[in-house]
Design a protein around this ligand. Structure first.
Ligand code: GDD
Ligand code: MN
Length: 377
């Protein structure tokens, strides 16, 4: 009874109904939610060929292990366990690219999104009239009542900024619940940022009005198990994304963050210089050196927490990284002064020369830090 046929060299591969829809679920510490979500998906998709790809960033609570258990019982379930990486957007991108159904949906694991909308969203895409269907909280019939005042305000502000500055036309570009044609996504994917939370906004802004979008209302539910991973850093992520899209991706989000941290570093440097030289009477040269050292250290810490938080150095790696960072910045300073001098020599204004040097310095530091300090493992 129920004999399992193992495909050997003599048995042709079993044919499996190709899925129409791939559901992508980014997870981080969601072990108590994934089984319920899987059951709900199964109940929702009667008569639809579907699959689900969980993309887990090596959750400490072992979410990936629970998903593996589901995958062993049902071949429609897959798990991508990513090591050494963090980030909601990157996880979604990787999940969609790992799938092959003509349509891909993204849904949170924590049951705050309404999976019963998915068949309707799929039908809309299959109709051929649209490329993207968005689960929206901010159109009639939708709501986000579970938000506290602060979160609601932040969400509204970000939505307003996205609409005005990036000319995004949809009501809820901050939603994390949507379905897209995979071929369209595949075209946009190389330009999307893997950092941050705002995958839908990124998709819509990058497409620059070329996606035919439909919004369907849904009610954003309350989280029962686990907690939200959104923190105050998302505000910076958001700002970086807006700036990157405004400059037509000439400058990447990461570079902008690196430059923002560098600007803060200048303030740290000048403050240290002032305290050391003016308050503690340290001679200028030593005070200047102290300022540089403190600024480099604080820049390193901030970059490790912010700019490269998806590849954050930990433990002993921090010390090694810091030493490399000093080295990179030291050479960057030489490059900075060198360029500034040569521009100055050609009888430009002092400030043009200074700015050219500073630009050289930050570009060098950025390129070399990415190559040596926070290199992709
Ligand atoms: N793989 C991976 N890596 N998944 C992550 C990460 C990560 O670094 N961070 C969060 N997730 C997963 C969570 O496990 C969850 O399934 C989903 O992404 C959403 O994360 P939450 O932490 O629950 O976010 P939220 O509820 O506060 O925010 C949601 O609503 C926002 C709209 O207000 C998300 O859907 C946001 O994308 C959305 O903008
Ligand atoms: Mn959530």
């Amino acid at each position: 009874m129920n004999e399992v046929v193992r495909p050997g060299p003599e048995t042709p591969p079993q044919s499996i109904v190709a899925p129409q829809l791939s559901v992508i679920v980014p997870t981080f510490n969601e072990r108590d939610n994934v089984t319920t979500l899987y059951r709900r998906l199964e109940a929702t998709f009667a008569g639809i060929a579907w699959e689900v790809v969980f993309v887990d960033d090596n959750s400490p609570d072992g979410t990936w292990d629970v998903v593996r258990g589901l995958a062993r019982m049902d071949h429609r379930v897959r798990c991508i366990r990513r090591i050494g990486r963090r980030g909601l957007s990157g996880a979604c991108i990787e999940g969609i690219l790992a799938a092959s159904a003509p349509y891909a949906a993204v849904i949170d694991a924590d049951l705050q999104h309404d999976e019963t909308q998915l068949p309707k969203m799929l039908a809309l895409l299959q109709g051929g009239e649209f490329d993207l269907v968005v689960g929206s909280r901010y159109i009639e019939g939708g709501s986000a009542d579970s938000f506290d005042k602060q979160r609601a305000g932040a969400s509204q502000l970000a939505t307003e900024v996205a609409k005005r500055v990036l000319k995004v036309k949809i009501a809820d570009p901050m939603s994390g619940f949507f379905m897209i044609r995979r071929d369209r996504f595949e075209q946009l994917a190389p330009q999307l940022s893997t950092q941050g939370f705002k995958i839908l906004l990124d998709i819509v802004a990058t497409a620059r009005g070329e996606l035919r979008v439909k919004e369907v209302p849904f009610t954003f539910g309350t989280r029962i198990h686990g907690e939200s991973k959104l923190d105050s850093m998302v505000a910076l992520d958001f700002l970086g994304l807006v700036l990157a899209k405004l400059t037509h991706d000439v400058v990447s989000l990461r570079f902008l963050m690196f430059a923002m941290v560098g600007t803060l570093g200048l303030i740290v440097h000048l403050t240290t210089l002032f305290v050391a030289h003016k308050v503690l009477d340290v001679p200028f040269a030593e005070a200047q050196a102290a300022g540089a050292l403190v600024a480099m250290t604080s820049n390193f810490i901030l970059n490790n927490f912010l700019t490269y938080r998806d590849q954050r150095l930990k433990g002993f790696g921090i010390l090694w990284g810091l030493l490399l960072f000093y080295l990179v910045c030291g050479v960057g300073l030489v490059a900075n002064v060198g360029v500034a001098f040569s521009v100055y020599d050609q009888e430009w204004n002092w400030w043009v020369a200074g700015a050219a040097g500073a630009l050289m310095g930050v570009v060098w530091n950025y390129a070399m830090s990415g190559l040596l300090v926070w290199r992709k493992r």
